[in-house]
Ligand binder design. Sequence first.
Ligand code: ZN
Length: 235
Amino acid sequence: MNIKEEQITILDLTIDVVKKDIKNMHLSVYPPTGRVRIAAPVDLNDEAIRLYAIGKLRWIKKHQKSFYEQLRETPREYITGESHYFDGKRYLLNVVERYGKHEIKIKNKTYLELYVKPNTTIASKEKVFNDWYRSHLKTVVPDILKYWEDKTGESCEIWDIKKMKTKWGSCSIEKRKILLNLELAKKPRHCLEYIIVHELTHFIERNHNDNFKALLSNFMPNWKSYKRELNSLPI
Ligand SMILES: [Zn+2]
C-alpha cells in the first residue's frame, strides 16, 4: 500500500495528513490531547485537503474542547497508589503523613513519597507537586537552554514556567522570552528539549512554515517523533 505522511497547519492547529489508497477523505480527532488526523486519497492535492479541514474547523474545535474538559473532570486526589509522572517516568505515589516540611522524595526509582502533615488538603498537596515540578525545571532548563542557544545561534533573554492548558510552550520574539508549560516536568527530557528548540527557532522564523521546519530538522533531526510523542502522552 502506498502511504505518505505529512502535516498541514491552519492557524494554531497542526493536522497529521496520511495519504493512502482510499477514495474519500476522513477526519478524526483523538483523545486525550485532541490530535487531528486526516486520511486522504494519494493523488489529492494539499489545497483540497486544506479547504476540507477549514470547513471542519468548528467540528474539530468542539471535539478538542470536550477532550480537554474530560481531562479536567478527572482531577488527581494525591492518595497512595496513584500514578504520577516525573521526568518521563511513571511513579507510584506513597503519601506519608508526618509533622514537618512538606516535600517529595523519589524512593527505589519506583515511588514518589509525598511527606505532608495530617489532614493536608488536596489543593495543598497539588501545590507541593507543582512547586517540586517547578524547581526541577528551574534546575535542568538553564543547561539545556545554553546548549541550544549555542547550536541555534539565538539567545533567549528571559524564560519562565507557566501552567498552560493547550500549549507546551510559547514565545515573545520581540522580548526574546520563552514560556514553558509546567507539565513538561512530567515529560521525557527530549520532549522538553524539543519545545525549547522549537521556541528558539521562532526567533529566526515566526511562522510554522517550510523554512521553520527545515531549520528545526537541521537543529534537531528527530523533532517530528518528539512532537508526536509529546502529543500522544497523557496530560
Ligand atoms: Zn511554534
